[in-house]
Ligand binder design. Structure first.
Ligand SMILES: NC(=O)c1ccc[n+]([C@@H]2O[C@H](COP(=O)([O-])OP(=O)(O)OC[C@H]3O[C@@H](n4cnc5c(N)ncnc54)[C@H](OP(=O)(O)O)[C@@H]3O)[C@@H](O)[C@H]2O)c1
Length: 320
């Protein structure tokens, strides 16, 4: 199917439409056999990703989603049947700002009388760890936005992204060792498995499920995990990426002190380093206990495995 221009079709407003999660929501709703009108938001409607969306029939609307622009958000959300919201902690590293912007979007979604608000939330790590891990600000802030939606009584569903497979080419890009081999360093024990998703390709499949399935579109705050499979750091590096790229890539566990020093030297502010370290502990010790697997057979198609994702990467530019 294509993106509908029929005014009778439901309108979905997609925050972050030029990005990974929002872009995936656009792609997967466009692929649905049900018709949707899609309004994609961006701060810059002249950028390449925005003009490509417009060429595909997305109504591109320029809007800066900040707390001093509530009027702009209100206007951008007008007439929406569904609204997808995502906040981007890593752009500004400020949990309070993430929380405030999320809440402003929730308020505007409620005012718009939305049928269902899709929130890209995450687990409350402080609670899930029984108060042991209190510094995963970007998880807790997202959970607070979801709780706020519950408190104001807007119909919503919480679509939680698991770990991005693409982290292997961004945050966790293998570093050259100088002898043709590469290494990924982290504090996780090598066998630690995380639930992964090829976010750009598949996150929107779960948003589509949230809208189209009577099990999830009830508006009473159900949570669903956008995931595909559990994979260990060792398997990603030593097996999948090594075999597909043809380069020798290994995973090496380092101490917390070494990780802190590395991130500090890289210019990461101390609170963001704390966030990353506590998140790693959450991944290893808490996530396997609290993660709820969405039944993948309910999706419109099967999401990619890590191996399938890795085959789509141009490794010659990642590992030159
Ligand atoms: N990496 C992981 O493993 C992982 C896992 C789970 C959750 N997450 C979460 O995912 C979130 C990021 O989502 P993403 O990957 O989709 O981000 P992304 O690819 O970097 O895209 C960010 C999007 O947000 C839009 N945006 C940012 N600030 C905006 C503003 N002030 N007004 C309007 N639009 C704005 C950008 O639009 P323009 O630039 O076009 O304006 C862009 O479309 C983070 O908060 C992170 O914590 C990450």
């Amino acid at each position: 199917m294509t993106i509908s221009q029929d005014s009778a079709a439901p309108l979905i407003v997609v925050v972050g439409s030029t990005g990974t999660q929002g872009g995936s929501v656009v792609d997967n709703l466009a692929a649905s056999d049900k018709p949707y009108r899609i309004r994609g938001l961006t701060r810059d409607s002249s950028k390449k990703q925005a003009t490509s969306l417009a060429e595909r029939g997305v109504e591109v609307v320029q809007c800066n989603l900040t707390v001093d622009n509530v009027e702009g958000i209100r206007k951008a959300f007008q007439g929406a049947t569904y609204i997808f919201i995502v906040t981007n902690f890593w752009e500004h590293l400020d949990g309070a700002r993430e929380r405030a912007e999320g809440k402003a979007m929730v308020d505007c979604a409620k005012e718009a009388g939305v049928k269902l608000l899709l929130i890209s939330g995450l687990v409350n790590v402080t609670e899930a760890s029984n108060g042991e891990l209190t510094k995963v600000f970007h998880f807790d802030a997202k959970h607070d936005i979801v709780q706020y939606a519950k408190s104001v009584g807007v119909p919503y569903v919480d679509v939680q992204a698991s770990a991005y497979m693409s982290n292997i080419v961004t945050f966790m890009r293998p570093a050259p060792l100088g002898d043709g081999a590469y290494v990924v360093r982290g504090t996780w024990t090598p066998g630690t498995k995380l639930p992964y998703i090829d976010t750009l390709h598949d996150y929107g499949l779960f948003a589509r499920l949230a809208i189209e399935s009577d099990e999830f579109n009830t508006g009473d705050g159900k949570a669903l995990s956008a995931w595909s499979e559990w994979v260990s750091f060792e398997d990603i590096c030593n097996s999948i990426v090594s075999e597909i790229s043809g380069k020798r890539v290994t995973y090496q566990q380092i101490t917390e002190e070494q990780a802190r020093a590395g991130m500090g030297q890289g210019g990461m502010p101390p609170h963001a380093v704390d966030d990353y370290i506590d998140m790693s502990k959450f991944h290893e010790f808490v996530w396997p206990r609290v993660f709820v697997e969405t039944d993948l057979s309910k999706l419109a198609r099967r999401p990619r495995t890590f191996e399938e994702y890795a085959k789509t990467v141009d490794w010659t530019s990642v590992l030159p």
